[in-house]
Design a protein around this ligand. Structure first.
Ligand code: ACO
Length: 325
């Protein structure tokens, strides 16, 4: 018998305000056609004044808890992935804990792995559950990336959006095989030498300011397809699975061309790939749980399905995971 982290509920939250490519084109030198062609993005949601990462995360968490029929005090750990915390400290996870009304003294902290953040948070929560330290985990990816974008830089600002997603995990027993329900494995990597490809040019210990996102788009693109393909193969091999056995491929939503390139390399056909980049743009750590939530709500993802996740982000960081739903 092995302990497994089984998905008990998912939830999502998107800010109300939608900004279309056409609206952006009225403000900066770009076009709907360029953005759609190069990235697959049609629109993005942008947080309203005073709407913070913790607000989006709390709403997503409430939905995941409701889907699981559980309350805030049933949660043993909150792991929240974000690069856009409400404040430098404390962790946004603890703000969410308070907004949810948790009073059981459970633990909560943030994970910082940029666009790979959700996979890192999932791995962290899964390991706490497997170690028997907690029985229930709330894994969140939440971002207000609009706050760290240089709205004068058309090469980056058109690509991102705001949002949050939540996955509630509950400990269960498995046999240790890929037939078990739950997180089967996670695989994480980083290479700090690639810092300059994607970073924010500020922070408490360097400039004392929040800073803005800077990216070498073409270089990031090249690393993305290679690294995300390799790490998904690593996940498949670790579980003795073939790409044909994957029911749903839910990649980080960075760029439609990156998603298609990675899926093609894996040999996973279009219908099995969950794509939300057109509607949400790149929401960094929130993109995977948002996409999971969409595919659960429209009943594509069903209990027993094999779901493959992957992501890459600033650091560079990258990772993958396989969940039997
Ligand atoms: N509107 C119109 N024209 C633009 C825009 C824009 N928003 N942005 C750039 N251009 C112009 C450039 O100035 C350039 O013009 P030039 O040829 O006259 O110099 C031309 O379009 C081509 O620019 P490239 O940078 O070569 O365009 P490319 O095809 O590489 O696409 C993009 C750029 C979309 C950023 C691509 O490189 C990419 O997607 N990279 C991956 C980045 C990414 O997804 N990062 C997310 C974070 S990391 C992650 O999540 C995996």
């Amino acid at each position: 018998m092995v302990r497994r982290s089984i998905v008990a509920g998912v939830g999502a939250c998107l800010p109300e305000r939608i900004v279309t490519n056409a609206e952006l084109a009225r403000r900066i030198d770009t076009s709907d056609e360029w953005i759609r062609e190069r990235s697959g993005i049609h629109q993005r949601h942008i947080a309203g004044d005073g709407e913070m990462t913790s607000d989006l995360a709390t709403r997503a968490a409430e939905k995941a808890l409701a889907a699981a029929g559980m309350g805030a005090d049933d949660v043993g750990i909150i792991v929240l992935a974000t690069s856009t915390p409400d404040e430098t400290f404390p962790a946004t996870a603890t703000v969410v804990q308070s907004k949810l009304g948790c009073s059981n003294g459970s633990m909560g902290f943030d994970v910082q792995a940029v666009c790979s953040g959700f996979v890192y948070a999932l791995a962290t929560a899964d390991n706490f559950l497997k170690a028997g330290q907690v029985d229930t985990a709330l894994v969140l990816g939440a971002e207000t990336f609009s706050r760290i974008l240089d709205w004068e830089d058309r090469t980056t600002c058109v690509l991102f959006g705001d949002g949050a997603g939540a996955v509630l995990l509950k400990a269960g027993d498995g046999k240790g095989s890929s037939d078990d329900r739950g997180v089967l494995s996670t695989h994480l990597h980083s290479d700090g030498r690639l810092h300059d490809l994607l970073y924010v040019d500020g922070g408490p210990s360097s400039t004392g300011e929040v800073g803005l996102l800077r990216m070498e788009g073409r270089e990031v693109f090249k690393h993305a397809v290679t690294k995300m393909s390799e790490v998904t193969v690593e996940a498949l091999e670790a579980n003795g699975l073939d790409a044909d056995e994957i029911d749903w491929f839910v990649p980080h939503q960075a760029n439609r061309r990156i998603i298609d390139g990675t899926a093609r390399k894996l040999g996973i056909t279009g219908e099995r790939v969950v794509v939300t980049i057109d509607q949400h743009a790149n929401t960094s750590a929130a993109s995977i749980p948002l996409a999971l939530s969409v595919a659960v709500d429209d009943e594509r993802i069903q209990q027993g399905n094999l779901v493959l996740l992957e992501a890459m982000g600033g650091g560079l960081t990258w990772g993958s995971g396989i969940i039997r739903w």
